[in-house]
Design a protein around this ligand. Structure first.
Ligand code: HEC
Ligand code: HEC
Ligand code: HEC
Length: 361
């Protein structure tokens, strides 16, 4: 067949105009009611899987998934994901079932994705589908916690899920905001009624400085401190309840950890806490965190879980922690720390008792 190159070029040149004209007339049906054509559906899914697979090649996968942080991830899933995807014992909402594409029941399909692919999907979301990105792009550690939770989802029974996601309440919470008791019940899902935290990834709120708790809630909601896990509850509770929430948790009895730990590590941590590391410009931690007359915005570190301390120091070192208006002081203090220093400091502080800062509160 004879092809006229000239005619082909003209046809190609006017094609975009034809498409725009068709769109302008309203030729393409954007309604979700009738679904996609089979070929469109196949193509979209094919394109999504291919893109996820390719972009996942650049993902740095940790040696082991952070299983110690599955509880807060489950708590977040109940609020931020189950409405579309359902959860053990909770069917997907009828509204979500009318979405196009329909959000899948995840338990059945998690096995089809690798860890890196799940990370990619949860961190960045999926365009044109309603699948949202993680609330912040600065917290890969939180995204990995969600991946660890998703891996456990297929074999998770209803009771286990409810315990992880709702704690003592064991039922899906009604609207978190509204009254102070409702807001407190929402916090308890992850922080526990006693404010001691439901696991090693959660900070102890009990006995913490009230001013620091209040300013931290503000920082989460206003994104001065990046956390996908905390921005949602802080925002949902609302600024009108922040002062009472901070007061409530600050008044609860703090924990008194009973020593222990690997002696050499704890000793090294104590040394840095008291004297700093001169050569690396690391100041003595207790110069700020241990003095009774310190600013109430300097939190108490003693008695925090070792994993939490390590994670926060890691974020400060990477320039991703943010915080209150004094956050930059801590970022400077953490700059010169090595991985070994961080482990030693976490071992020391997690086992020491909190010196109260009541003088300035
Ligand atoms: C507003 C609804 C909505 C919310 C909220 C939502 N998703 Fe999705 N999600 C979707 C939709 C729709 C898809 C299907 C995308 C596709 O097929 O291309 C999807 C796909 C996924 C997939 C890939 C599964 C597959 O094979 O298609 C994973 C994993 C996932 N979501 C996890 C989550 C997690 C974790 C959260 C909470 C942090 C979440 N989603 C929140 C709508 C939602
Ligand atoms: C889904 C689980 C979850 C819920 C619900 C939750 N938190 Fe948190 N909270 C966390 C995690 C995880 C962190 C650590 C976040 C980080 O890395 O910055 C945290 C940190 C905090 C901090 C900072 C403490 C510190 O030492 O820096 C405060 C204050 C706080 N939460 C208060 C609350 C209050 C008040 C509520 C209820 C309105 C609440 N949280 C609900 C999981 C949760
Ligand atoms: C110059 C004062 C100062 C020094 C020195 C200092 N810090 Fe801090 N630190 C702060 C302030 C202020 C914050 C609160 C940051 C915010 O959220 O605004 C903080 C926060 C922290 C946190 C996070 C607490 C939480 O609940 O999230 C940890 C962990 C911490 N510091 C450990 C250390 C260690 C370990 C050292 C010693 C190497 C140290 N700090 C030295 C001022 C200091």
């Amino acid at each position: 067949m004879h092809i006229s190159w000239k005619k082909l070029a003209i046809a190609l040149a006017i094609l975009p105009f034809v498409v725009v004209l068709a769109a302008w007339i309203g030729f393409f049906n954007v309604g979700a009611s009738s679904g996609h054509w089979k070929i469109t559906e196949w193509f979209l899914h094919f394109a999504m899987r291919s893109a996820v697979r390719t972009y996942a090649l650049a993902v740095d996968v940790p040696g082991a998934l952070p299983r110690h942080a599955v509880q807060p991830a489950a708590g977040h899933f109940a609020r931020g994901c189950a409405i579309c995807h359902g959860a053990p014992g909770e069917p997907r909402s009828p509204v979500a079932m009318r979405m196009l594409p329909q959000p899948p029941d995840l338990a059945g399909i998690i096995g089809e994705w690798s860890d890196a692919e799940l990370f990619r999907i949860v961190k960045h979301g999926v365009r044109f589908t309603g699948m949202p990105a993680w609330p912040t792009q600065d917290r890969d550690d939180e995204v990995w916690a969600m991946v660890a939770f998703l891996r456990e989802l297929p074999s998770m029974d209803e009771a286990t899920y409810r315990d992880l996601a709702y704690g003592e309440r064991l039922t899906p919470p009604a609207d978190a905001a509204g009254t102070l008791p409702q807001a407190l019940a929402d916090c308890a899902r992850c922080h526990g009624k006693d404010g001691l935290g439901r696991g090693p990834a959660i900070p102890v709120l009990a006995g913490q400085s009230e001013a620091y708790l209040l300013e931290s809630l503000r920082a989460y909601a206003e994104e001065g401190r990046a956390s996908g896990l905390m921005s949602l509850p802080a925002t949902e509770a609302g600024p009108q309840f922040w002062p009472d929430l901070a007061k409530h948790f600050a008044a609860l009895p703090a924990m008194h950890p009973g020593g222990g730990g690997e002696p050499a590590l704890v000793w090294r941590g104590k040394e840095i806490a008291e004297r700093g590391v001169k050569d690396a410009n690391v100041p003595a931690c207790l110069g700020c965190h241990g003095r009774q007359d310190r600013s109430p915005l300097y939190p108490s570190i003693a008695g925090q879980p070792a994993r939490y301390i390590e994670a926060q120091l890691g974020l400060f070192r990477a320039g991703k922690r943010g915080g209150t208006r004094f956050g930059h002081l801590m970022a400077n203090a953490a700059k010169g720390l090595t991985d070994d220093d961080v482990r030693a400091l976490a071992a020391y502080f997690s086992r020491s008792a909190a010196p109260s800062a009541t003088a300035t509160r």
